[in-house]
Design a protein around this ligand. Structure first.
Ligand code: BYC
Length: 482
C-alpha cells in the first residue's frame, strides 16, 4: 500500500491512490489506456515517438524530491496518478459550506457542476499537446526540444489526473467523458476543443514560449482556484499539478528572455540603436522587439478570454457551493462568503470603458483575471530589465484588457492596446501594428530552422544559463535515432 508520498510503480499505471485495491477504477483506467496511447501516437509530438528523451518523471509527491530524470521513449512514459498528501482534518475554506469537513465523495447536488469543471480542465491538457505537435520539427536546440516534450508529457499526465477523477467518482458518465476527451481535436471544425485559446495554432517557437508564459499561467490560476475546492480529491490533484505547471511557465518565460537577450546582443554588435528599425534588425536574423510585443498582445488577449465572462453566475454558483474558490483563498482576509462584498469590474457603457462596483460573488472570474494580470506582470518586468541592461529604451507592455477580446464585456469591441475604443475603419488600419501580420508570421516561419547538434542553438535565441538537471552545455537531451 503506498504511503501517500511514494508512488506505487508495480502496475501499468503508477499511482499513490491505492489503485491495486480499487479494481473497478483500475480496470476502467486500463481500458482507457490503449485509446490514450493511440491518441498520443496519432496526435502527440510528430516524428519523435521513437526518440529517447531525457525526461523527468514524478516518483513521489514529496515537494523535497518528487522527480527522477532519465532517457525515455515518450509512448513508454510512466503517466501516473498522483495526489498531494491529504491534509488531516481539512475543512471547506469558503462558500455556503465553509467550515464543514471537506468532501471525500461528490455531493449529489454538485455533481454536474463538478463534472463540467473537470471536463473543461481535462480538455485543455490534450488540446495543448495537439497544438504543439509540429514544433519538434523546428526546435532551435536539443535543450528546447526536450523542454517541449517535458511539457507535453506532463500535460498528458494532467489529462490522466482529470480522467482518474471522472472515472473514480462519476461512474458511467465519467467513462463517457473520458472517452470524449480523446475524441475532440484542437482546431477541428466539427469537434473542436472546448475553450477558444486551445483551438488556436502554435505555429512557431515564439508562440510556444508565449503560450507557456501566458496560457499555462491561466492553468496556474485556475488550478490554484480548484485546489481550494471542498471536493478534496480535486484539491489534492490540483495541488500536485501546480508543482509541474511551474516548470512550464519557466520554459515560456526563460524562452522569451533568451529571444530578447539574443536580439539585444545582435543589435548591439551591429550598432543598431533603434529597436523599431525592424528591417535592419531582421536582416540580422533575430526577432525584432516590436514583433515580440505583437506576440505578447496576441497571447495575452487570447488567454484573458479563458477566464470567461467578467460577470458570471456560473462562477458565483461554484463559489457558493464550495466547489471552486479564489486564487490563494487562504491568504485573503475577508469572510470567504462574499454575501455583501463588491468588486470593481471594467464595463462597456455607451461606448466607453468604465469601472463599476458589482456584487463580488458575480465578479469572481474578473477577480481571478486580475490576479492573473498581476502575476503575468512579473515576467514582463524581467524581460524589460534585460532590454534596459542591454542599453535600449524600448519597453514591452501588457495590452489593455479590452484589446482583441472574444469573450466577456469587450467581445467584438475594437480597442487599441491602450484601451482606446476604435471605429471599424480605424481598427482595420491599425490592426497589423498590434497583432502579428502575415509578413511577421512569414518572417518567423523562415527563422524556424531546426538545430540538432548537441550544445548548439539557432541564431535567434541565446543558450540557457543552466542545463536541465545540472547537465553540461553539450549534453544530448534527445537521441533522435533512438
Ligand atoms: N471559450 O459564465 P461564464 C490549463 C462559456 S488552462 C469558450 O463566463 P464560467 C492549461 C462557458 O463555458 C485552465 N466558451 O463561464 C494551460 C459557459 O458555457 P455554458 C483550464 C467559453 O463557467 C495550458 C458560457 O460561456 N481550466 O489548465 O464562469 C496548457 C458562460 O460563461 C469561454 C479551467 O478553465 C471560452 N474562453 O467560466 C494546458 C478551469 N469562456 O456552460 C492546460 C475550469 C466561457 O453556459 N473552468 N465560455 O455552455 C472554469 O472554471 C470555467 O468554466 C471557465 C468559464 C473559467 C472556463
Amino acid at each position: 500500500m503506498p504511503d501517500g508520498l511514494n508512488v506505487d510503480y508495480d502496475g501499468l499505471i503508477p499511482n499513490n491512490v491505492g489503485l491495486n485495491e480499487d479494481l473497478r477504477v483500475r480496470r476502467a483506467l486500463e481500458t482507457w489506456h490503449p485509446g490514450y496511447i493511440d491518441w498520443w501516437k496519432g496526435m502527440g509530438p510528430e516524428g519523435f515517438q521513437d526518440a529517447l528523451v531525457y525526461l523527468r518523471t514524478a516518483i513521489s509527491v514529496d515537494p523535497e524530491g518528487w522527480a527522477k530524470f532519465g532517457f525515455v521513449r515518450m509512448p513508454e512514459y510512466k503517466w501516473g496518478i498522483l495526489l498531494a498528501p491529504a491534509v488531516e482534518g481539512r475543512t471547506i475554506p469558503f462558500g455556503a459550506h465553509k467550515g464543514e469537513p471537506a468532501w471525500q465523495d461528490v455531493p449529489g447536488e454538485y455533481r454536474s457542476m463538478l463534472r463540467r469543471l473537470l471536463v473543461i480542465q481535462g480538455d485543455t491538457e490534450p488540446a495543448s499537446v495537439e497544438q504543439q505537435r509540429h514544433l519538434g520539427r523546428t526546435a532551435p536546440s536539443l535543450y528546447d526540444l526536450r523542454n517541449l516534450f517535458q511539457v507535453n508529457v506532463e500535460e498528458g499526465r494532467h489529462l490522466w489526473a482529470m480522467v482518474y477523477l471522472l472515472q473514480k467518482y462519476f461512474g458511467r458518465d465519467g467513462r463517457e467523458e473520458a472517452e470524449a476527451l480523446l475524441q475532440r481535436r484542437s482546431g477541428h471544425q466539427d469537434t473542436p476543443r472546448m475553450l477558444g485559446a486551445f483551438n488556436e495554432a502554435t505555429p512557431d517557437w515564439l508562440s510556444f514560449f508565449m503560450f507557456t508564459t501566458f496560457t499555462d499561467r491561466d492553468g496556474k490560476m485556475q488550478l490554484g482556484a480548484l485546489a481550494q475546492s471542498g471536493f478534496d480529491p480535486l484539491s489534492r490533484t490540483c495541488r500536485f499539478m501546480l508543482t509541474e505547471e511551474a516548470h512550464h511557465m519557466f520554459v515560456g518565460e526563460s524562452g522569451v528572455a533568451r529571444v530578447i537577450e539574443r536580439t539585444c546582443q545582435a543589435m548591439r554588435d551591429a550598432g543598431i540603436t533603434d529597436p523599431t528599425d525592424v528591417e535592419r534588425v531582421r536582416a540580422l536574423g533575430v526577432v525584432d522587439l516590436p514583433l515580440v510585443q505583437k506576440k505578447i498582445n496576441l497571447h495575452f488577449s487570447l488567454t484573458l478570454d479563458l477566464f470567461g465572462n467578467e460577470i458570471s453566475t456560473n462562477a458565483a454558483n461554484s463559489f457558493n457551493a464550495g466547489v471552486k474558490g479564489r486564487y490563494r483563498e487562504e491568504q485573503i482576509e475577508d469572510d470567504h462568503l462574499l454575501r455583501d462584498a463588491t468588486y470593481p469590474v471594467l464595463r462597456l457603457r455607451d461606448g466607453a470603458i468604465v469601472e463599476e462596483q458589482v456584487p463580488a460573488l458575480s465578479a469572481l472570474n474578473m477577480r481571478l483575471r486580475d490576479d492573473f494580470v498581476a502575476d503575468a506582470s512579473g515576467g514582463l518586468r524581467k524581460w524589460n530589465a534585460l532590454i534596459a541592461r542591454a542599453g535600449f529604451e524600448y519597453r514591452l507592455a501588457l495590452p489593455h484588457v479590452a484589446f482583441n477580446r472574444r469573450i466577456g464585456e469587450f467581445a467584438g469591441l475594437h480597442a487599441d492596446i491602450d484601451g482606446r475604443v476604435l471605429g471599424d475603419g480605424e481598427w482595420g488600419g491599425a490592426k497589423d501594428g498590434f497583432l502579428p501580420s502575415l509578413d511577421d508570421n512569414l518572417y518567423l516561419t523562415g527563422l524556424m530552422q531546426p538545430v540538432r547538434e548537441p550544445g548548439e542553438y539557432a541564431g535567434w535565441i541565446a543558450p540557457p544559463k543552466w542545463g536541465v538537471d545540472g547537465k553540461p552545455g553539450g549534453f544530448e537531451y534527445v537521441r533522435i535515432e533512438g
